[in-house]
Design a protein around this ligand. Structure first.
Ligand SMILES: [Ca+2]
Length: 292
């Protein structure tokens, strides 16, 4: 996660916002700062307190990056600052028109092979309430009514649905790979890319949708490995954690969860594109019946 000039970027976004059409009046007091959900790390309450141990790659099982064509030039670049870093985590994030799709690449780089159990990759869609510092809505109904609608597909032809932000049973997807073949089966089990489709425009806020990806380690005993100083990841099962006999714990390494996210905004029409290579990587798919 590159955080380049995050504060100044926020400031410039705020200035741009002043030039736009009047913002609809919000029911609650308008909160215009950064919400807790603007950093993917919010899902872990101790993040920030132990940054160094969190960033210790020896403790992570893999590096995870979500990448998209943030600057809408038809090329996904892992080195172009305009395609990554703070742009992914600052509203409006990735702009999508209704009916438009774009490719999001999941870069998973295994650090470790010396472990037992499974590697679990999750993709999750969530709304951000920009009227509250916490970024949380009062309820799921409130959230669904006040956020844009996106779907995530595994393919460009909309055959394999991965996520749907309006369907409570389709807001989290999990991909699991066993230590026996990891990392060799990662490309098969975990999508290398997905397509995000704008369905309905964001009604109140820009940057009101986030696509969060996590990669974590699950022990051979079926539980998500959570070290003593870690909170339960939000995506973890809510059932009681099974008790692991002491002798079985010997030799089991636990690893920290890696994560990344991209903010999204859906608008009525696709943003104007100036492709530098004619979109020949298929990074963008226009709404049905339309052309770029
Ligand atoms: Ca680009």
């Amino acid at each position: 996660m590159k955080k380049i000039a995050f504060a100044s970027l926020l400031a410039s976004v705020a200035l741009q916002a002043q030039d736009k059409a009047p913002v609809p009046v919000l029911a609650e007091t308008a909160f215009t700062g950064q919400t807790n959900k603007d950093v993917p790390a919010d899902f872990h309450k101790y993040f920030g307190q132990r940054v160094n141990s969190w960033r210790d790659r020896e403790r992570q099982i893999a590096k995870l990056d979500l990448d998209a064509d943030m600057n809408q030039d038809g090329v996904l670049s892992n080195t172009d600052p305009a395609d990554g870093g703070a742009f992914e985590a600052t509203p409006p994030g990735l702009l999508l028109g209704e009916g438009e799709m774009t490719r999001v690449v999941i870069r998973l780089l295994p650090y470790r092979v010396d472990f037992d159990g499974e590697v679990v990759v999750t993709l999750e869609l969530e709304g951000i309430n920009r009227g509250a510092r916490t970024g949380e809505f009062e309820s799921l109904d409130d959230e669904l009514a006040n956020m844009g609608h996106v779907r995530v597909w595994r393919d460009a032809t909309r055959k394999q649905l991965v996520l749907d932000s309006r369907d409570p049973s389709k807001r989290v997807a999990e991909f699991t790979t066993s230590y026996k073949t990891y990392p060799y089966n990662l490309p098969i089990t975990v999508p290398r890319f997905v397509f995000v489709e704008g369905v309905k425009s964001s009604p109140r806020f820009t940057g009101d949708i986030r696509l969060l990806a996590t990669v974590s380690h699950r022990s051979p005993h079926g539980q998500q490995v959570v070290a003593a100083d870690l909170a339960q990841p939000v995506t973890a099962a809510k059932e009681p954690v099974p008790v692991v006999p002491e002798e079985k714990k010997v030799g089991i390494k636990s690893f920290r969860t890696s994560f990344d996210h991209i903010l999204l905004t859906v608008q009525k029409e696709p943003k104007f594109k100036e492709f530098i290579n004619g979109n020949n990587e298929g990074a963008w798919i226009p709404p049905v019946g339309k052309k770029y």
